[in-house]
Design a binder for this molecule. Structure first.
Ligand code: GLU
Length: 505
């Protein structure tokens, strides 16, 4: 058989915000597609109308746009295998349901929900399968005339997959190897419901993967139990030659390491589990997003790429292009990956270190303006250059840097007690005189002049610098004193010192 072009898909159901595990699934599909020069499809699996949530599809598209994960085909991207929204493919599925019925691979069942419930009560662990199907109301136990009459009379029915017992089913998984189960444990899954004229997930998923020429199905571990059924469906349709290879990704675990990561873990520990902020249209609840929490898309990608896979090196910072070239699906782990959100913050910090002060200043400028400060971008950039290496998020800059833009009006009590001595007012007055005599207020010039003055007076450098810091900053934090004074300029520096001398006495 000729090598087929690699085609993978991300196929979310629009049932709400996209969980971060779904983002990782999409990322791995993207990396795999790009690595193998293949194509990446975006399909919307919306056959369960009860679970449809308005806005979810747009949310998902916007999430990937923000992350820089691009699709080649699909809903909102176009392509030659569409439509890509399953609710627009009803006619196609009907045809394939018919094919299974005609081939004796599926059958029609009329059992009402009440009848099924009664059966479940009567029989422990009731399962609709080879052992029970002949006791039920279906096209295997009724005559063709009866079946046709019920349909003509408008009775609702479902189409069930006829699973033959006693068969070993193999799922060839790129991560888990050969996963084997016996067909006996499977039930005759519902493939189609007449009530809404829609297929269920299983049928639509297989038909679409086939028609869209999908070569690899890379998805979360929660779908592994469905995989044997999917293999049997490929066989029933006679599509085994083009059956995709499977890869079921490891679960994302709670930060503590036990149990599946949930939204509640995020609420509990204060981290987002969604790419973008999500406003639930039903409950009105707002859930935090990585974007709104100040994460860089590159950092999120880098973080997620390492949840279940790594290139086997010591290095941890990789661009999306580098990840593409290194990615190897067979190196994914089987064991769950702990969602260490602090590692996510660490990644963000690493990206702050690597980004230029100018780039960070662009993101910080709106925050500065929000505080009513009108400084040119060059000045904001200068502050960012001094301070950015200390933070993990741009939002952390303001509390750390506000003193550059706003003169202190109060002086931290603790620092004052510790740093403001008997003679501080006099010494600071002297220092202000020294500084006001300078024409060149550069860091270097201030430094050499002030140091000479300290030496000649036999003052203690530490005492001077600590008191001086209190006058300019209002507390004991900040970068080097000469960096601060050079940024403020001579007039502002001296004004702040005079005010402090007055207040602190
Ligand atoms: N619609 C399924 C989901 O929401 C797709 C699972 C699969 O990839 O087969 O994840």
């Amino acid at each position: 058989m000729a090598e087929r072009k690699v085609r993978v898909r991300f196929a979310p159901s629009p049932t709400g915000a996209l969980h971060i595990g779904g983002v990782r699934t999409a990322l791995y599909n993207y990396l795999f597609a790009r690595k193998h020069g293949g194509e990446f499809i975006f399909r919307i699996e919306d056959t369960d109308s009860n679970r449809f949530v308005p806005g979810a599809e747009e949310y998902i598209i916007e999430s990937f746009r923000w992350l820089g994960i691009n699709f080649d085909e699909g809903v909102s991207f176009g392509g030659s295998h569409g439509p890509y929204r399953q609710s627009e493919r009803r006619g196609i599925y009907k045809e394939y349901v018919r094919q299974l019925l005609d081939g004796g691979k599926a059958y029609i069942a009329f059992d009402t929900p009440e009848e099924l419930e009664a059966k479940r009560k009567e029989t422990d662990n009731f399962q609709y399968d080879a052992h029970t199907r002949m006791q039920m109301r279906n096209s295997l136990t009724m005559t063709k005339e009866e079946v046709d009459r019920l349909i003509a009379d408008g009775y609702q029915y479902v189409v069930r997959f006829l699973i033959e017992p006693g068969k070993a089913v193999h799922v060839d998984d790129l991560i888990r190897g050969d996963v084997r189960i016996m067909s006996d444990i499977l039930d005759d899954k519902v493939l189609y419901k007449s009530a809404d004229e829609l297929p269920t997930y299983h049928l639509a998923n297989i038909v679409d993967d086939h028609l869209m020429e999908v070569t690899h199905v890379i998805r979360g571990e929660e779908w592994l139990p469905s995989a044997p059924l999917h293999v049997l469906l490929y066989e029933a349709f006679g599509w085994t030659d083009t059956m995709p290879r499977f890869a079921h990704l490891p679960l994302l675990l709670k930060p503590e390491g036990k149990g599946k990561l949930s939204k509640r873990d995020g609420d509990r520990l204060g981290f987002p589990v969604f790419p973008l902020e999500w406003h639930d249209p039903k409950t009105g609840d707002v859930s935090a997003g990585f974007r709104e929490s100040g994460y860089f898309p590159e950092a999120v990608i880098n973080f997620l790429a390492f949840l279940g896979w790594n290139p086997g090196t010591e290095r941890e910072i990789y661009s999306l292009e580098e990840l593409v070239s290194l990615f190897d699906i067979s190196k994914c782990g089987k064991a769950g990956a702990r969602f260490d959100y602090q590692k996510g913050m660490w990644f963000n910090h690493e990206y702050i270190l690597r980004k230029s002060a100018g780039e960070i200043a662009e993101a910080f400028a709106p925050i500065v303006r929000e505080h009513g400060i009108d400084e040119p971008i060059e000045r904001i950039t200068a502050v960012v250059a001094m301070m950015k290496d200390r933070v993990s998020f741009v939002s952390e800059l303001w509390p750390l840097c506000s003193f550059f833009f706003v003169a202190p009006t109060e002086y931290d009590e603790k620092t004052r007690k510790k740093r403001w001595k008997e003679d501080s007012a006099d010494v600071m007055t002297e220092l202000a005189d020294v500084l006001s005599g300078l024409d060149d207020f550069s860091v270097e010039n201030q430094e050499s002049v002030v140091e000479r003055w300290i030496e000649s007076k036999e003052y203690k450098l530490g005492n001077i610098m600590n008191a001086w810091r209190l006058t300019l900053v209002g507390e004991g934090k900040g970068p080097g004193m000469f960096d601060i004074s050079a940024f403020l300029g001579k007039d502002e520096t001296i004004a702040r010192m005079k005010r402090a001398i007055e207040v602190l006495g």
